[in-house]
Every structure is written in C-alpha cells, then in structure tokens.
Design a protein around this ligand. Structure first.
Ligand SMILES: Cc1cc2nc3c(=O)[nH]c(=O)nc-3n(C[C@H](O)[C@H](O)[C@H](O)COP(=O)(O)OP(=O)(O)OC[C@H]3O[C@@H](n4cnc5c(N)ncnc54)[C@H](O)[C@@H]3O)c2cc1C
Length: 319
C-alpha cells in the first residue's frame, strides 16, 4: 500500500543479523547465563535453551537461506566462542537492525501507521508501543473526519505529530546498535551509559524514553502541559481521568467549576464531556482540555478564560 501510494521508505541499512532461538543443547554449561558481549557480537542465554544473538554480518544472513540447526550451531559457536552443540532446533527466527521511516504518513486517502510507517530493530521493545501510539493519535482524527465535524487540518496533524516521534525512536534504536557493536569503543561507551543510568536523573531520562512518557507534541500554547499526556488526576469522588476518556470524546476538566464555561462546553456536547470536580492534587491547574487521545490541548493555572477555552475547543473539535 505504501509503495502503491508513492511514499518512499528510507533510513539506514542493517549492521547485524539478530537471532531468537529455542533449542536443545548439549554442553550448555559452556554458555554463561545472561547477556555477554564478545569479539564477534552479543549473546543472551537463558537456560536451558533460549538464546538471542547478534552477528555483525551486515544483515547478510537474514532471509537469505533456511535457518538450519547447523547454521544456528555455527553462529552460536562463533559468537560465544564456546564448544556448544545444538541437538534439536525447536524455534528460530532472524531479524535485523534496518531502520527506515516513511517519508510521509499520508497521501490523500492512504494513511500509514505502525510498521508500515517505520521499522527498526526490536532491541528495547519499542515497536509495538510506537504503532499503538500512531493508532491512538490517528483514530479519533479519522473518526471526526468521517463524521464530518473535524476542523480543517485535523487529519494532517497526525503526520506532523507522529513523524518526529517515529524518527526519535529510530534514532534510539540506532544508539542501541552503536552500544552493541563488537568493538572496544562500544564497550567504553556502554560503561559510561551504565554510570549515567545509575544516577537518578539518568534513570529518569532512560525510563521516560523507553516508556515513551517524555513525548510532547508541539501544539503551540504556553502551558508546559500542552502537548503532553494528561496526568491521571484522581477526582474527589475517586474517578480517574483515564476512565473519563473511555467513551472516546474529549474532556474539559474544570477544577474551579464555572457556569459560563459549562455553558460554553455544551456547544460541543457529544464531542467533549464537561466534568466539574475537585481533584486530590490538581497540580496547580484551574482547568484542562484533553483530546480523545489523552493529550492536553489547553491548560490554565489561572481562572478559566472563556475566549481561550473556546478557541482551543474550536481548534481541536471544530465549530
Ligand atoms: C523479533 C521481533 C521482536 C519484537 N519484539 C518486540 C517487543 O518486545 N516489543 C515491541 O513493542 N515490539 C516488538 N517487535 C515489533 C512489533 O512486533 C511490531 O512493531 C508490531 O507487530 C507492528 O504492528 P503492526 O500492526 O504495525 O504491523 P504487523 O504486526 O506487521 O501487522 C500487519 C498485518 O497486516 C497484514 N497485512 C499485510 N498486508 C496486507 C494486505 N495487503 N491485506 C491485508 N492484510 C495485510 C499482515 O499479515 C499483518 O498481520 C518485535 C519485532 C520482531 C520482528
């Protein structure tokens, strides 16, 4: 579909063939459990017979030939340097660190999401989250467009918001590869990264990148929460923001209930739920407008300004 839509797919070519293997082994004691970097690559052994390996062959083996018991045994010996024998191959699959992204996520009626829009190595388990993030961002925009009440440009904001997120994850996966290369400089770099992860700021940085919670879309707006995932506020009656978003509409959360704001929100009823409630910790906010994908579209620390709220609701939910 991507090719038929004339959308190009480019990036960086692989450095290795990765293997995920389940096998019966003789002399398995020759392999050390855990992750090991060697002069030839990396292996991760979980006894009795689960192995992940990277062979820095430029990705040459991947999909070039059947994956046989003999081949797996040879790669295992090469990477580990251990005299291990594969007596039975139960499962084996290969993958690479090829990292490519579509030049555009939309061409007219064709929209790309998930692996159709971006591929990279599975190191660090980023792919599924990235694809689900695309779907969450796109779903409500597509629905509004099909219903006919989307504001101008809403569907195009999908690519504007998600393409940079994809590019960032691709670079993250490339950085992982740089740390895994069988070279002395990569081991030195890895040691430095380990030291940084050992610090509170470093651990926070890495956790936020891995879980994707540091994503902030550039939506304009002056409040630091705009473009971020809404905090899961707990309301005074025990409800949480997450549950208020389940029906797929937007949410205007008014911590300082005002009748004029409620009246204004009623113009978008069906598209936005208005909830006036106190929260256990409202982080200093007076009101927050949340898109159906959980992203803060507008927030205010001071008394809600009808003009600003109305402008934000028109921008994201149409007239
Ligand atoms: C070895 C490996 C390990 C991984 N580990 C992780 C991990 O730990 N964590 C993580 O988050 N991600 C991981 N990933 C990545 C993750 O699997 C993918 O990012 C995710 O599956 C992509 O989902 P998708 O729906 O976009 O694409 P896919 O899962 O590829 O789904 C696309 C579907 O469309 C179907 N299809 C294709 N063409 C057509 C057509 N013309 N008509 C109808 N149907 C069609 C296909 O058959 C397929 O079922 C891993 C990937 C690999 C290869």
């Amino acid at each position: 579909m991507r090719k038929a839509a004339g959308i190009s797919f480019s990036g960086t070519e692989p450095e290795f063939t990765g293997y995920s293997v389940q096998a019966e082994l003789a002399c398995a004691d020759a392999l050390q459990p855990g992750r090991h970097y060697t002069a030839e690559g990396m292996y991760l052994f979980t006894p009795p017979g689960t192995i992940a390996m990277t062979d820095f062959d430029g990705g040459a083996f991947h999909r070039s030939a059947p994956i046989t018991r003999e081949h797996i045994e040879a790669v295992m010996r090469k990477i580990s340097g251990a005299d291990v024998t594969v007596t039975k191959l139960e499962l084996a699959t290969t993958w690479t660190d090829r990292a490519c992204q579509a030049s555009a996520y939309r061409n007219d009626r064709v929209l790309l999401a998930g692996d159709a829009a971006h591929i990279h190595s599975p190191l660090g388990g980023q792919g599924l989250n990235l694809g689900i993030g695309d779907a969450i961002n796109l779903g409500w925009k597509l629905a509004a467009t099909i219903r006919g009440d989307a504001p101008a440009g809403l569907l195009d904001s999908y690519e504007r918001e998600r393409h940079p997120v994809g590019a960032r994850v691709l670079d993250w996966s490339r950085a992982r590869v740089a740390l895994m290369r069988p070279s002395r400089s990569s081991r030195a770099l890895e040691a430095i990264i380990r030291d940084l992860i050992g610090t509170p700021d470093g651990a926070t940085y890495f956790a936020e990148r891995v879980w994707g919670v540091s994503i902030r879309y550039d939506l304009g707006g002056s409040h630091p929460l705009v473009g971020c995932s809404v905090p899961d506020f707990v309301l005074s009656d025990g409800r949480r923001v997450g549950s208020l978003l389940r029906d797929g509409s937007g949410l205007l959360l008014d911590f300082d209930p005002s009748q004029s704001i409620q009246a204004l929100a009623s113009r978008w009823s069906g598209r936005i739920s208005y909830v006036a409630a106190h929260a256990r910790d409202r982080l200093g906010l007076q009101a927050v407008l949340v898109r159906p994908d959980g992203i803060v579209a507008w927030a205010s620390d001071t008394a809600s300004d009808e003009v600003a709220v109305g402008r934000a609701m028109t921008l994201w939910f149409g007239e």
